[in-house]
Design a protein around this ligand. Structure first.
Ligand SMILES: NC(=O)c1ccc[n+]([C@@H]2O[C@H](COP(=O)([O-])OP(=O)(O)OC[C@H]3O[C@@H](n4cnc5c(N)ncnc54)[C@H](OP(=O)(O)O)[C@@H]3O)[C@@H](O)[C@H]2O)c1
Length: 331
């Protein structure tokens, strides 16, 4: 089968032929109809992800059809349209992941292929209102956004919320979830056009973070935020602190720009701020996220649907930030 493979020899991804996997007892073989990219895949490609291993197929997200199961107990799944929960071994505690926790697609073979084998308990029936492509765009980004918005942000109706870097897949879903909860949502982006598109989806306003004084403009326009959801980090983190209302919460799930060179700690304690890190989400949250998306008829924003064979160019576009929404690849 064709796959996007992280090669130890090349120290890069290659589009190549790999053996079709065979499901063991307790596993399902899913014929991938659509798979989606996450920034995680690009971090792995350039060896900037913890626990690096090589010679595996990348990809955490997929929607497809169950073609085979490894034992007769699970035959009811045959032919079902499914999305895959990319969590592996979250563990018992809903608050944090176990030491055995990994994500589908490094170290184990992932979804950027014609077929993927996963444990049966990773399968969920595809939300009926979503196309294969939309459902493929949901798992990793949706889970991360859902935990950030609900468990960590505790976002409520009427709260004023800022989501940064709205071109990002997680950011867009966090924005959609906050809007569905009745929050007043603002965004930042490097692109005025992306801000405009989000306004058409119900966002109240936004600023371009490439302009000097963007945080002052936001503060002037809004009076400050109850909750901020960020993944950029870097020195802009201190500017975000300046846009928080007293006793507000900042949740971050990434640090695309690295850590801030210094941290404005007095502002945090005088402001009674709560700063929370979050990563992925537990299995119950994955289930809840799917139900939430179904109940509110939400649809992930798709940048483009491309052949798997053009996956390496798609990785480059994601790396260069040339996207608005998720890139979906079709084997
Ligand atoms: N911990 C977790 O579970 C988890 C899960 C998913 C992602 N992440 C991390 O979160 C980050 C985003 O992931 P993703 O998959 O959503 O990425 P993505 O779809 O590739 O989006 C990246 C976005 O980051 C934004 N950005 C870049 N520089 C920025 C800055 N200076 N200020 C604000 N925003 C900036 C850009 O937004 P504009 O285009 O609008 O400028 C860009 O579109 C990555 O670092 C990723 O590794 C973590």
């Amino acid at each position: 089968m064709k796959a996007i493979f992280l090669s130890a020899e090349k120290k890069d991804i290659i589009f190549t032929e790999r053996p079709k996997p065979t499901p063991k007892a307790g596993e399902a073989l899913v014929k991938v109809v659509a798979a989606a990219l996450n920034h995680r895949d690009q971090w792995i490609r350039v060896a900037l992800y913890p626990g690096m291993t090589y010679d595996c197929i990348l990809g955490s997200d997929a929607c497809g059809v169950v073609e085979a199961v490894g034992d007769a107990h699970h035959e009811e799944w045959l032919g079902k349209e499914v999305v895959i929960n990319p969590n592996q071994n979250w563990g018992e505690n809903p608050e944090y992941q176990s030491e055995r926790y990994t994500i589908l697609g490094m170290p184990t073979d992932g979804t950027l292929a014609e077929y993927v084998c996963v444990p049966i308990d990773r399968l969920h029936v595809k939300p009926a209102h979503l196309s294969y492509e939309e459902a493929a765009a949901l798992p990793l980004a949706g889970l991360t956004a859902y935990r950030a918005v609900r468990r960590k942000g505790g976002i409520q109706k009427g709260q004023r919320v800022l989501v940064t870097g709205i071109g990002g897949g997680v950011a867009q879903l966090a924005c959609q979830f906050a809007l569905a909860l009745g929050a007043e949502v603002y965004v930042t982006s490097s692109s005025d056009a992306k801000i405009q598109k989000m306004k058409e989806l119900g966002v109240a306003g936004g600023v371009n973070y490439k302009q000097d004084g963007w945080h002052k403009e936001l503060l002037k326009e809004t009076g400050g935020f109850d909750v901020i959801i960020d993944s950029a980090g870097g020195d802009g983190f201190n500017l975000l602190l300046k846009t928080m209302k007293p006793a507000a919460t900042l949740v971050f799930y990434g640090a695309t720009l690295g850590s801030p060179s210094k941290l404005d700690m007095p502002r945090i304690f005088f402001g009674q701020y709560t700063i929370k890190g979050t990563t992925m989400g537990n299995d119950q949250e994955f289930e809840e996220m799917l139900r939430f998306v179904e109940a509110h008829k939400l649809r992930p924003i798709i940048d483009s649907v491309r052949p798997l064979a053009e996956g390496i160019a798609a990785f480059n576009d994601m790396r260069d930030g040339k996207i608005f929404g998720k890139i979906v690849l079709k084997p």
